[in-house]
Design a protein around this ligand. Sequence first.
Ligand code: FMN
Length: 367
Amino acid sequence: MSMQLQTRFCDIFGIEKPIVLAGMAGNINSAALVAAVSEAGGLGTIAGAYVTPQALRERIREVRALTNRPFAVNLLLFEQPEQQEVTPAFRQWLNQQRERFNLAPWTGDWPTLQDEITDCFTVILEEKPAVFSCAMGLPGKYGESAKAAGMKVVGMATTQAEAEQLVAQRVDAIVAQGGEAGGHRSTFDAGEDGPGECIGTLPLVAQLASTIQRVPVIAAGGIMNGQSIVAALALGAEAVQLGTRFLGCAESTANKVYKERLFNAKETDTAVTRAFSGRPARGVVNHFMKEFDKSRARSLAYPIQNELTKEIRQAAGKALDADYISLWAGQGVGMLQKEEKAADIMNALLEEAQQSFSRLQSWVHEK
Ligand SMILES: Cc1cc2nc3c(=O)[nH]c(=O)nc-3n(C[C@H](O)[C@H](O)[C@H](O)COP(=O)(O)O)c2cc1C
């Protein structure tokens, strides 16, 4: 018996199953992964961060060649940071990490960042995927242009106040990102220190779903199986967004040592860190994160610190050294066991959800 799980989110977004593949930046979401999720009836998402406009256009076309179904393109909308003072502790820590890969000490020059957000968004407007999704900030002018071009717009909130600002900007759905989530915290103003807002998925989704009724809430953070999907829907969510569950799949282009660490990680192995990018993000704890904590260095603003650690991460990636690359993953990582095909994951999620519904129903009796 197969179950039809159709929510308002499915109707608005023209999909069959209320399951969204998180846009995962950093060379993880291949075209094959995005297309597999959309082909299975969910909503695949292309990660538009850290790629050139040209590469983004190619990725969109690659996905289009694999599926006619709707998919999203995601951007990280952050504020450009001002130049800051660099502490001696930071410089010392950075240079120690660079030395390990025979990289010359940092010159101290403040990196110049190209504004690729505007250029990538121009590509999105020209290519017109069904959905434009964003995190870390409000969609603003990008959201307005996307809507005017007929796209659906999705924003990400970690608090009630952020969700209300997204509603005021007329988004079509809001991702409620719980503190369990893998990758960067989407908190709009993550401050200079600490983990950003980390409300658990359970209270965040329950609160937002009960207060924000105008648009569907998409639950994200720690959802690894069909049982968790049922729980999220019971809280009032009308869809779920999964990242970690798909990280280790066959179509994910996460590197081999990253996948190995994921499959061996326990539920206690993740933490939120600013070590890699300057912005809080959750990943499996490794040497790089521990050294940053020990140094007591003050992080630099995102994406400056990301830029300054890039060469180290690239060198470590080439050397297959998992202790110096970001191992983004959510608190559900302990449930990742082996490489599976994305389509099989989608089937398993639905089957488990169905079993979970039946189990719950079997407990309910008329008196
Ligand atoms: C490796 C990785 C990269 C991510 N990159 C992005 C991104 O580029 N844009 C975004 O909106 N969210 C990103 N996220 C966060 C997801 O949107 C989502 O909040 C999270 O994966 C949900 O929690 P889960 O990992 O426990 O499923 C990323 C998550 C991971 C694990």
